[in-house]
Design a protein around this ligand. Structure first.
Ligand code: HEC
Length: 175
């Protein structure tokens, strides 16, 4: 076989394989085989792939905004606690409180942001709160809230790690 016809065979094979893969992709999408129910956990391979994609994206795009100088002031932490309680606790939970029906129903579920083992790096938290996480229940709060409000939430998440119910209730009720 001449070099030319060998290259021709390789190119034709690659094209046929590409067409077949695209056709298989469409067949998969239109078949309905993939079960989109949120009632059961994701397949572990898909859950791993989605989570890795999230972590890599967060570290690539997040963490570049500079926090305000008074980030960890008591006023900021209190304001963050109030907003957390009214807007975030339904999905992310609060100490010694049953998770809301929304929080129990979403898939993937929302992490317990006030757990003692969390890192809650404020610039990374700021980025997630501002931009949200596509294809999950995590909203982009940058659409409706100022950066200032979002930093207050980030301050509370950092300070609130491992918080008890009494401390939580005191913080969110203080003026
Ligand atoms: C309707 C449910 C819902 C609400 C309301 C919600 N979140 Fe989330 N949030 C999620 C889900 C689900 C995830 C996990 C996304 C994923 O799997 O990557 C998440 C992820 C996060 C993360 C990233 C955690 C990590 O480990 O990287 C932060 C930070 C966060 N939310 C903060 C907030 C704050 C602050 C509020 C309130 C202003 C809020 N969320 C309101 C559902 C919610």
């Amino acid at each position: 076989m001449s070099t030319h016809s060998r290259i021709g065979t390789v190119v034709a094979t690659v094209v046929v394989l590409l067409v077949l893969s695209v056709a298989a992709g469409f067949a998969f999408i239109y078949s309905g085989i993939y079960n989109v129910s949120a009632a059961s956990k994701d397949n572990p391979i898909i859950a791993w792939a989605l989570h890795r994609t999230y972590e890599a994206s967060l570290h690539r795009y997040g963490g570049k905004d500079s926090p305000p100088a008074d980030l960890m002031s008591l006023d900021n932490i209190r304001a963050g606690a109030r907003m957390y309680d009214s807007t975030c606790a339904l999905c992310h939970g609060a100490p010694d409180r049953t998770l809301s029906p929304v929080g129990q129903g979403i898939q993937p579920s929302a992490p317990q942001l006030l757990a003692a083992t969390r890192r809650n790096n404020p610039p990374l938290m700021f980025w997630v709160i501002k931009h949200g996480v596509n294809m999950t229940a995590m909203p982009s709060f940058g659409k409706t809230q100022s950066d200032d409000t979002i930093w207050k939430l980030a301050a509370f998440l950092y300070k609130g790690r491992g918080i008890t119910k009494d401390q939580y209730d005191a913080l969110k009720s203080a003026n």
